[in-house]
Design a protein around this ligand. Structure first.
Ligand SMILES: Nc1nc2c(ncn2[C@@H]2O[C@H](COP(=O)(O)O[C@H]3[C@@H](O)[C@H](n4cnc5c(=O)[nH]c(N)nc54)O[C@@H]3COP(=O)(O)O)[C@@H](O)[C@H]2O)c(=O)[nH]1
Length: 879
């Protein structure tokens, strides 16, 4: 399982998640705090702040009006204690000049009596003081004016004026006031002396003589405006004082582009004359709301939110309105400050959260990182002890414990694996060597070291393919040593083997590295020549050249066992170009050619040609017919009688016959060699066993046949076949034949290879009850040591000895020796090929036990088996 490459770390993941969690929570809490608590609170704070400004404006009015009223009380006290005299104004001036100087609000002091006397003390702008004295009773409408400079200069002059103090608002108001000592504030009016608008605070004073005296202080609206004019209400706000009928009493801050005179000219005009839209809009709202006191209220003007405060201000008998107006934004909370504060708080919170998260992430991730690093080392098969992991987190501690257990276990396993690997390596080495040995055995001939049949097949296939590819030709040479069998028999196996090794070595010296020299077994060798010319004549010449070298090389004398021996070889050759012929076919061709070379006198090369091709075709046809014959069960057995010394029929030899559909009876000489070669001997031999057993079973029921022994011929290939014993056992069982009546004839040649296996198989069959006869005895190489070990019942003297037993003293001696040998070994002896009575008689003299031959009967169908015990007279001709 491919793992995807990690894109982050556990530590970073924990850190980021914790920060996101804390940051998110903080943001949500902050947002909630802002929405639910802070914004309304801040709105309230803004309104409260605005309210304070409005109160301040009101407070400034108090600062303006209250001192005036207090000073009026003081002045009243002075007047009551020392009423002024019109002709001696010094004491009046002295007191009230100080008062004027002390009070920035009071512009002038006015006084009057009910009998028409009047006083005015006016402070002029440049520090000069102006008195006006009125005494209507004495001076009529002539009034005395006294101007006094700051430098002490004084100017006296008289002017006629239509002025009566008793008709002035301050006098009449004070006189009509409900309580005599109460301060009375006039409605705004224009001062006579300065022609400025203003209000006057006055009160009536009861003089000791019972007359009334009215004292008044003038306050100019200009000065009153200072309470509102300078008032900073937000950035663009206003504070102004209105009369009950909404005329301007105290001006708001002067807009840009207006002269001071024009602005002050607006005093006492209707407020709309100011032309300030927010004020007009606010007053419209106020009027709509019934001209009630408004502590703080939000009004809209030109789409902008304004804060409005409209508070009444009682002044004597009148009511003034103090209007305060400011853009709501001016009192909006200091968002930047709040935001900065909040951001700071958040940053601090995040920093704290970051530090905590970092600590937590470290606490969780560090041991896991250590474990991960340790796991990676373990994965890389590094089992050294990792740094210790300590964690108070249970799962991590468990993981560390489990990892440590696993590490130790793997470490032990690794050590154990190393040990096992070392052992395995040793075993692998042994196996390799064994494999090499097996390979050598499987593909190489153990005697000569040459490729064997199997490897040769492979090399030949490659050679065919290479020829096809390169449009070349090759040649397959089949070699058979001439007279090797004789040499081997006479010199013995060891020298025979030495000869074969020398032959192999000489063959290798005759060919190129690219060519192949193989040994098929026995004295059969094959040479495959490659890279020959593509044209047949040239390729033939090349092959002849090599074959000539081979014949010359193999024909050289051999030094074996201290003696010099001669040998030669017969070579059959066939050419190939890879276009059609299969390996097996080429073998057959070369084999045929080799037999042709033998037939032509040996020690020569013979190419596979047309005649051979015809023979091969015939052989192939025969092979095919044999297959059909097996299928059609065209094989039958003929039986040749065997008689004892007294001439009694004691048994028969079953001999194969092929009932060919066209050719009639075909003898085994034509069948057996091809059958052996092609492996068809196995099914044919199987049928022979079945037929023989069936015949035995049939004879068992016939009184004159029941005691006969039936011998069957078995080829070496058939006998060595793994299923042979079972075949025999099955046939005996299926037919019910008596095994003791069945005798198997083996040839000496079968004993040449793996005698132990032969003995084992014979013993197995012997245990079934089957007996054995050794056929053709005397023609082969039979070691007496082996003979002793074989569970034989009988030796069969080969007919070649019998044939000349009368004319050849050697053959007669051999025959006698065989008989004696057999008897010594406790075996019976049967002579085959006995054709004449003389032969029989000679053999009988030697003590031969039984006889087989034309003298007693030719092989014939079972029902033709002679019933007579003794052979007829030896006048019988050939079959
Ligand atoms: N594997 C098997 N081999 C078989 C089987 N049947 C036969 N054979 C082998 O074929 C060989 C030839 O047999 P055949 O042509 O039948 O010849 C036998 C006899 O006809 C012949 N014979 C017998 N008496 C005489 C005689 O007086 N003179 C003479 N010239 N020939 C004679 O000999 C053959 C029997 O020989 P042997 O087996 O050695 O006893 C034959 O050699 C068999 O090996 C088979 O079923 N399986």
């Amino acid at each position: 399982m491919s793992l995807a490459r990690p894109v982050t770390t556990l530590r970073r993941t924990i850190l980021v998640r914790m920060l996101l969690l804390v940051g998110g929570s903080a943001l949500v809490i902050t947002a909630g705090f802002l929405v639910l608590w802070m914004m309304p609170t801040l709105d309230r704070m803004a309104e409260a702040e605005f309210d304070r400004v409005a109160e301040r404006v009101q407070g400034r009015l108090d600062h303006t009006f209250k001192p005036v009223e207090q000073l009026l009380e003081t002045g009243a006290g002075w007047i009551a204690a020392d009423p002024p005299h019109i002709d001696r104004p010094e004491s009046f001036n002295q007191r009230f000049t100080a008062l004027l100087t002390a009070s920035p609000t009071i512009t002038s002091v006015v006084a009057g009596t009910t009998d028409g006397r009047g006083w005015l003390l006016l402070e002029q702008g440049d520090g000069r003081l102006l008195n006006r004295f009125t005494d209507l009773a004495r001076w009529g409408d002539r009034h005395r004016f006294v101007e006094r400079g700051a430098d002490g200069s004084q100017t006296d002059y008289w002017e006629t004026r239509n002025y009566d103090p008793r008709r002035r608002p301050w006098f009449t108001g004070a006189m009509t006031a409900a309580e005599g000592g109460q301060v009375h504030w006039t409605q705004p009016y224009t001062f006579l002396s300065t022609v400025d608008p203003g209000v006057t605070a006055s009160r009536r004073i009861q003089l000791p003589d019972g007359s009334s005296f009215v004292l008044g202080y003038d306050v100019m609206l200009r000065d009153l405006s200072s309470a509102t004019l300078d008032e900073q209400v937000g950035s663009r706000g206003f504070a102004l004082i209105l009369t009950e009928d909404e005329r301007v009493l105290g001006l708001p801050a002067m807009p840009a582009g207006i002269s001071t005179d024009d602005w002050f000219g607006s005093l006492l005009l209707p407020v709309s004359a100011l032309g300030i839209a927010p004020i007009n809009d606010a007053l419209a709202v106020w009027r709509q709301a019934g001209r009630q006191t408004v502590p703080v209220r939000r009004v809209s003007s030109s789409g902008e939110d304004w804060l409005l405060s409209q508070r009444p201000y009682p002044l004597g008998d009148h009511r003034l309105w103090v209007l305060t107006l400011a853009p709501a934004d001016d009192f909006a909370p200091p968002w930047i400050l709040i935001g900065t504060g909040l951001a700071g708080a958040l940053a601090l919170l995040m920093l704290a959260a970051g530090l905590i998260a970092h600590g937590q992430a470290r606490r969780i991730a560090q041991p896991l990182e250590t474990l991960a690093a340790a796991s990676q080392r373990i994965g890389a098969l590094d089992f050294s002890a990792p740094p210790p992991v300590s964690s108070r987190i249970g799962e991590i501690a468990q993981l560390a414990g489990a990892q440590e257990t696993m590490r130790q276990m793997l470490q032990r396993s690794q050590q154990s694996l190393r040990d096992q690997a070392a052992r395995l390596l040793g075993q692998v080495q042994e196996l390799r060597e064994a494999e090499e040995r097996i390979n050598a055995l499987a593909f190489y001939d153990p005697l000569t070291g040459l490729p064997n049949r199997r490897l040769l097949g492979d090399r030949l296939r490659r050679a065919l393919s290479a020829c096809r590819r390169h449009r070349q030709r090759g040649a397959l040479l089949f070699l058979d040593l001439d007279n090797f069998k004789t040499l081997n028999d006479t010199l013995g196996h060891e020298l025979g083997d030495a000869l074969l090794k020398e032959v192999a070595s000489r063959l290798l010296g005759c060919v190129r590295d690219t060519d192949t020299v193989a040994r098929l077994g026995g004295d059969e060798f094959v040479v495959v020549l490659e890279e020959l010319d593509g044209h047949i004549p040239v390729a033939s010449e090349e092959t002849q050249a090599v074959a000539g070298k081979i014949l010359a090389a193999l024909g050289r004398p051999y030094r074996l066992g201290g003696q010099t021996h001669a040998s030669s070889a017969s070579i059959g050759a066939t050419l190939f170009d890879g276009s059609g012929d299969e390996g097996d076919e080429l073998f057959k061709q070369a084999d045929l050619a080799m037999y042709q070379a033998k037939a032509e006198g040996r020690n020569r090369l013979c190419f596979y040609g047309q005649a051979m091709r015809d023979r091969l075709t015939a052989r192939t046809q025969l092979e095919n017919e044999l297959r059909e014959a097996i299928e059609a069960r065209q094989f039958i057995l003929h039986y040749q009688p065997q008689v004892d010394a007294a001439g009694r029929l004691i048994g028969a030899e079953a001999l194969l016959r092929w009932l060919h559909p066209r050719r009639g009876v075909v003898p085994p000489g034509e069948v057996i060699p091809i059958a052996e070669e092609t492996g068809l001997i196995l099914p044919i031999g199987h049928q022979v066993i079945e037929l023989a057993c069936a015949q035995l079973a049939q004879w068992a029921g016939m009184a004159d046949r029941a005691g006969l022994t039936l011998s069957i011929n078995v080829s070496a290939r058939q006998f060595r076949h793994a299923g042979f014993v079972d075949d025999v056992r099955t046939a005996l069982r299926d037919t019910g034949a008596n095994p003791a009546r069945l005798r198997i004839e083996l040839t000496e040649s079968m004993l040449l290879e793996d005698i132990d296996e032969v003995i084992e198989r014979m013993t197995e069959l012997r245990s079934l009850g089957v007996s054995f006869s050794l056929d053709d005895f005397g023609t082969g190489y039979s070691s007496l040591a082996y003979l002793k070990r074989l569970p034989l019942a009988e030796l069969k003297i080969d007919h070649s000895f019998v044939r000349d037993v009368l004319v050849d003293a050697n053959d007669a001696a051999i025959a006698r020796t065989i008989i004696a040998l057999a008897h010594t070994m406790g075996l019976e002896v049967i002579a085959e090929g006995v054709e004449t009575e003389a032969q029989r008689a000679l053999l009988a003299e030697g003590g031969c036990d039984a006889y087989q031959g034309y003298l007693f009967g030719r092989p014939a169908p079972a029902d033709e088996l002679p019933r007579t015990a003794r052979a007829p007279a030896p006048s019988l001709g050939p079959h």
